[in-house]
Design a protein around this ligand. Structure first.
Ligand code: NAD
Length: 499
């Protein structure tokens, strides 16, 4: 009998009120049942909200540097448990151990960065326009934050949201993706061990359309942070708009790597292999389009096919594996549908099939797939696939490449390979993305820099860096008048001069 896991509410591990659970299985080996996780209901959520409101009252009064100290301890504990958590993440998410170790490291970096920000929650002190009057602003916590996270970075993305929210003095309720609940359970165990007070961090497992939607609609959760697909983000945006909630959305991408004719081709080749097929293409920053300059198109494509052919598919915990499975059957079905679309819009030059044998039949594997002759504006060139499928597009000059890069509804990351600094700076200036890399692939975010995208990838907020601390806090302005008389701003200092 598989282990039944619990929710974490008010500092206690508790069973779901319904008694219902959902299965969590290994996407590389469907016969491997990882555990049963609570299928929580509105009743569980109400309980979590009560706990989080009470936790907030205590935590918001805890000095921010002391809150940061807890996060530093979390960083230490995550470092100690890095390998164990990475293994659990690979087992439920599928990507290789090297990648999940990177995922946990990002959480460690985010914890230490948050720990320091506890001493730097800057406000401003500025001169008042009136005599004997003090004017300043400071950052104030908001309340209970609802955090809804996707499967693909099961550790890092929850920490991007949770740690800054906590350092700012909020309490949180997190609902992880139903595909990767175990990794977040381990993260919450670490927070508990680090001494986070009861009620400040609450974990409520369950299905997106049930408990995810209930979090978004709960009147006592004023802040929602969501990372996931653009379709679900749009639904959440409508609810939050109606309910006047503060909302951060991080959604889909259709990221391009552009290779100029003066590029270092070996470097560009390594970049696209990692960007397109790492994490089985299931990254918001995955390289989904490869734009090749006419003069190097055939040469680089030939080398790319040779290398991509050799990528080893398998279980991410096994030695030598490069590419793991897709997350579930629905995801593989979607990839297969795009392969059919690709056959009508371009030329299939690699992959396109479900692999069989070699222990792959029990998982949701799909061959690394490359299409050439893809035209800008086509579905393969504009829609997010979220799998190991690369669309190759030809161009003849940088202006054309920038135009193609920008011609999609998403705007997360982009990459340009060139030796020319003028081209590099033109790319920084002209590409409509939240992140542009030069001579590096479309993936590679660092914890202390803002992360997010423009257009339908986001709604203007950022995770990571200082910006996320602005999202999780309110600016409060404080005036103190010690003149001992009524001073009317904009009036007494101009029309009736006090000088
Ligand atoms: P998803 O949208 O299916 O699910 C994300 C989360 O939302 C899950 O926890 C899910 O349970 C929950 N959810 C589903 N329906 C909901 C509803 N009606 N109300 C509230 N919550 C609901 O996404 P996914 O398949 O887990 O992740 C893949 C998507 O995430 C891709 O589109 C990818 O580009 C995007 N993503 C974006 C970023 C970024 O930073 N921009 C990072 C990672 C992933």
């Amino acid at each position: 009998m598989a282990e039944q896991h619990k929710n974490f509410i008010g500092g206690q591990w508790v069973e779901p009120s319904s008694g219902d659970y959902f299965e969590n299985r290994n996407p590389a080996k469907q016969s491997d049942l990882i555990g049963l996780f609570p299928r929580s209901t509105r009743e569980d959520l109400d309980r979590a909200v009560r706990a989080a409101k009470s936790g907030f009252e205590e935590w918001r009064r805890t000095p921010a540097p002391a809150r940061g100290d807890v996060l530093r301890k979390v960083g230490d504990l995550l470092s100690t448990r890095k390998d164990e958590i990475a293994r659990a993440a690979t087992r439920e998410m599928g990507k290789t151990l090297t990648e999940t170790r990177g995922d946990v490291q990002e959480g460690i970096d985010t914890a230490y960065y948050a720990g320091v920000e506890g001493r730097r929650l800057f406000g401003h002190t500025v001169p008042s326009e009136l005599r004997n009057k003090w004017a300043m602003s400071y950052r104030r916590p908001i309340g209970v934050c609802g955090l809804i996270t996707p499967f693909n970075f099961p550790l890092a993305i929850p920490t991007w949201k949770m740690f800054p929210a906590l350092v700012c003095g909020n309490s949180v309720i997190i609902k992880p993706a139903e595909d990767t609940p175990h990794t977040v359970q381990l993260l919450v165990e670490v927070l508990e061990e680090a001494g986070i007070p009861a009620g400040v961090v609450n974990l409520v497992h369950g299905l997106g359309e049930e408990i995810g939607a209930a979090i978004v609609e709960h009147p006592d959760i004023p802040v929602i942070s969501f990372t996931g697909s653009t379709d679900i983000g749009s639904i959440i945006g409508q609810t939050c708009g109606r309910m006047h909630k503060r909302l951060s959305l991080e959604m889909g991408g259709k990221n391009a790597q552009i290779v100029m004719d003066d590029a270092e081709l070996d470097l560009a080749l390594e970049g696209v292999l990692w960007g397109a097929f790492g994490t089985t293409g299931q990254r918001c920053t995955a390289t989904s389009r490869l734009l090749l300059h006419d003069r190097i198109h055939d040469q680089l494509l030939e080398r790319l096919i040779e290398r991509a052919k050799k990528l080893k598919l398998g279980y991410g915990l096994d030695e030598g594996v490069d590419v793991g499975p897709l997350i579930h059957e629905a995801s593989r079905t979607k990839v297969q549908e795009y392969v059919e679309i690709g056959k009508t819009e371009g030329t299939l030059v690699l992959g396109g099939e479900v692999p069989t044998g070699n222990g792959l039949d029990d998982g949701f594997f799909f061959q690394p797939t490359i299409f050439t002759d893809i035209k800008p504006g086509s579905r393969m060139a504009t829609e997010e696939i979220f799998g190991p499928v690369l669309s190759v597009i030809r161009f003849s000059d940088l202006d054309e490449a920038i135009h193609i890069n920008n011609e999609v509804k998403y705007g997360l990351s982009s990459s340009l390979y060139t030796r020319d600094t003028v081209s590099a700076f033109r790319a920084f200036q002209e590409m409509d993305n939240g992140i542009t890399y030069v001579n590096a692939p479309t993936i590679g975010a660092e914890a202390h820099l803002p992360f997010g995208g423009v257009k339908q990838t986001g709604n203007g907020h950022r995770e990571g860096g200082w910006e996320v601390y602005e999202f999780y806090s309110e600016t409060k302005v404080c005036y103190l008048d010690y003149s001992g008389k009524l001073q009317r701003a904009q009036i007494d200092n101009y029309d009736a001069s006090p000088y």
